[in-house]
Design a protein around this ligand. Structure first.
Ligand code: SF4
Length: 194
C-alpha cells in the first residue's frame, strides 16, 4: 500500500513537471488589451520558450486568457467555454477591466469582477498590461503548477452553486446541462448538492 502511494506520488511529480512546460492557451480577446499578445507570442518576447502555445479549442486548452472587459452576452460564452475545458485549467484575467470593470466600471452592459463567475488563477493588472507583465505572470503560473499550488479550478467544483447563482443573476436561467456537479463527485474534490 505504502509502495503504491510512493509510486503515484513520483508519477504525479513527473506529470506536473511535463504539464508545467506544456501549457496551451486559449485567448479570448474581448478587449483592446489583446493587442499586446502578438508581441508576447512572436520573436521579441517569444512565449513559446516557456512551452506556452496558442490553442484553438477549449478541449485541448489549459489556460483561458480573458483579455479585457466582458459584456453580459460574452460572459455566457466564456462560461460555456470554461466548462468545456479539461481540468486542471487556469483562468487569467488580463487587464483592469477583468478585475473591477476598469474604465467600464459603471456600464450596465459589462460585468465587474470575473472571479465572481468563474475561478481566476491570477490577474494581470494594467490598462493594458505589457508583454513583460504577461511573461512575468506566466512564469509565476509555471512555478505554482510545479509546487502544486495552482488549484483555483477546484473551487468551481467545490462552490459551483455560488458561481451558478452569480451567472444566472446576470444572464438568467441556464438551460444547458452541465457536467460540473457529476464531475465533482467523480473527482471527489468537493461537496456539491444536486
Ligand atoms: S483594461 Fe484597458 S486595455 Fe484592457 S480591455 Fe479594459 S480598457 Fe481595454
Amino acid at each position: 500500500m505504502e509502495k503504491t502511494i510512493t509510486q503515484r506520488s513520483a508519477w504525479d511529480k513527473v506529470l506536473t513537471k511535463l504539464q508545467k512546460r506544456s501549457l496551451w492557451m486559449l485567448h479570448y480577446c474581448t478587449g483592446c488589451g489583446a493587442v499586446e499578445l502578438p508581441p508576447t507570442m512572436t520573436a521579441r518576447f517569444d512565449m513559446e520558450r516557456f512551452g506556452i502555445m496558442p490553442m484553438v479549442t477549449p478541449r485541448q486548452a489549459d489556460i483561458l486568457l480573458i483579455t479585457g472587459y466582458l459584456s453580459v452576452k460574452t460572459l455566457k460564452r466564456v462560461v460555456l467555454i470554461y466548462e468545456q475545458m479539461q481540468s486542471p485549467k487556469y483562468v487569467v484575467g488580463f487587464g483592469s477591466c477583468t478585475i473591477n470593470g476598469g474604465m467600464y466600471w459603471n456600464s450596465y452592459a459589462t460585468i465587474k469582477s470575473l472571479d465572481q463567475y468563474i475561478p481566476v488563477e491570477f490577474y494581470l493588472a494594467g490598462c493594458m498590461p505589457r508583454p513583460e507583465a504577461i511573461i512575468e505572470g506566466f512564469t509565476e503560473l509555471i512555478d505554482r503548477i510545479g509546487e502544486g499550488k495552482a488549484n483555483s479550478w477546484e473551487d468551481y467544483y467545490k462552490n459551483y452553486e455560488f458561481y451558478r447563482k452569480n451567472q444566472e443573476h446576470v444572464f438568467g436561467t441556464i438551460d444547458t446541462r452541465t457536467d460540473i456537479p457529476d464531475d465533482a463527485k467523480y473527482f471527489k474534490i468537493g461537496e456539491v448538492e444536486k
